[in-house]
Design a protein around this ligand. Structure first.
Ligand SMILES: Cc1ncc(COP(=O)(O)O)c(C=O)c1O
Length: 370
């Protein structure tokens, strides 16, 4: 087939998908990406950090991205890290490394991302859920449950609410036991540092807490990088414990889950970091938070129940039948996520969720009924 024929066929499928430029995808942590990052993605599409010796330039770029992730997580420049395929791979890798270092049970909360259940299953490590208090880990319960050899996973921006566990206190409890503390800041890692600056908060979630061993922090969420670009940064070289020989590679070894690693996204993540810089990300977080407060205020004015005060740009709205509301919205071209457990629909106020979109959405929701 010629290019035009191929384009025509693929275009038809493309039209069936939802797209971020419609503004109507409200339940995901992705958004429109700067043009330059997409250009760089294509330029580097053949790079494969699974075989790093061939891609010396891309290796250097990965180090630059990791350096920025370490800045966001208060890590030192000589800490370790990789750009992985996403938060799931980053969480699994951290727990895999902890398991290989001799830690034997995962302790987390029900609010933790489902990737931790996958990790527990794959690694054959038991997972135990400690109770939450206001959807944040209860330190009382953790103190009661914890024992030597545990891998404690704290959330810095949980998926459903965007709430941050009391990580400093959790660190203190870990310090009294021989534990591995991993922080899942897949979403919050690109938000919290800027909330601290904009609203003069002092939320600690990264390596400023001495017990934190590793942090998941994803460029392909609030870092506005194209997927696949998750991040795992660590105080020590935890990757050593998962290394296997890989004789056909120039490096002779592999210390990641994947073999071939799509690395155009690593270069593209760096392009996004250069494009926004610290100040640009701060401006994005400020805009997202202003729109978050606007959504909460307007929803309440329209007599919707917004039961939780957002800590970051994630809003839950109570509805009687979340699944029916989600499906009804989808038929109208809107996407939100629904939680039967909490009786809410969830909106992630990403940069494309502007005030006009919020108005249009709330009107649609009102018409649809709950
Ligand atoms: C807190 C948290 N951790 C991990 C993940 C998994 O990330 P990914 O979808 O990139 O694998 C998500 C995804 O939403 C998340 O919210």
């Amino acid at each position: 087939m010629n290019e035009n024929e191929i384009r025509k066929i693929l275009r038809q499928y493309y039209e069936e998908d939802l797209h971020y430029d419609s503004g109507r995808i409200l339940g995901s942590m992705y958004t429109q990406i700067p043009k330059i990052s997409l250009e760089i993605f294509t330029l580097f599409h053949e790079a494969n950090l699974g075989n790093p010796a061939l891609y010396l330039g891309t290796q250097k770029i990965e180090r630059k991205v990791v350096k920025f992730l370490l800045k966001l997580t208060s890590g030192s420049e000589n800490f370790y890290g990789h750009v992985l395929s996403g938060g799931t791979e980053a969480n699994i890798t951290a727990l895999w490394a902890a398991r290989n270092a001799g830690f034997r049970r995962i302790l987390t909360t029900q609010e933790a991302h489902f990737s931790l259940r996958k990790a527990a299953d794959l690694l054959k490590v038991p997972i135990k859920f400690v109770r939450s208090n206001g959807h944040r880990m209860s330190v009382v319960d953790l103190r009661r449950e914890i024992k030597d050899g545990d891998i404690v996973v704290a959330n810095a921006g949980n998926t459903q609410f965007g709430f941050v566990d009391p990580i400093e206190e959790i660190g203190g409890i870990c310090s009294m036991n021989r534990c591995y503390l991993h922080v899942d800041a897949a979403f919050g890692g690109f938000v919290i540092p800027f909330l601290n600056e904009i609203y003069e908060k002092k939320i600690k979630f990264g390596f400023e807490i001495p017990e934190v061993m590793s942090v998941t922090i994803d460029p392909h969420k609030m870092g506005l990088a194209p997927y696949p670009a998750g991040g795992l940064v660590a105080r020590e070289n935890i990757f050593k414990s998962i290394e296997v020989p890989a004789p056909y590679l120039t490096s002779g070894k592999s210390d990641n889950l994947l073999g071939t690693r799509q690395s155009g996204s690593v270069a593209a993540a760096y392009a996004s970091i250069l494009y926004f810089g610290w100040k640009g990300y701060r401006r994005l977080v400020r805009e997202c938070m202003e729109n978050t407060f606007y959504l909460v205020e307007r929803a309440r004015e329209m007599k919707f129940d917004v039961p939780y005060e957002p800590e970051m740009n994630i809003v839950n709205i109570k509805v009687k039948n979340p699944i029916a509301v989600r499906d009804g919205l989808l038929k109208l071209g809107w996407s939100v996520s629904a939680s039967e457990e909490f009786g809410t629909i969830r909106i992630v106020v990403m940069p494309h969720v502007k005030k006009e979109i919020i108005e249009e959405f709330l009107k649609t929701l009102k018409k649809l009924g709950d």
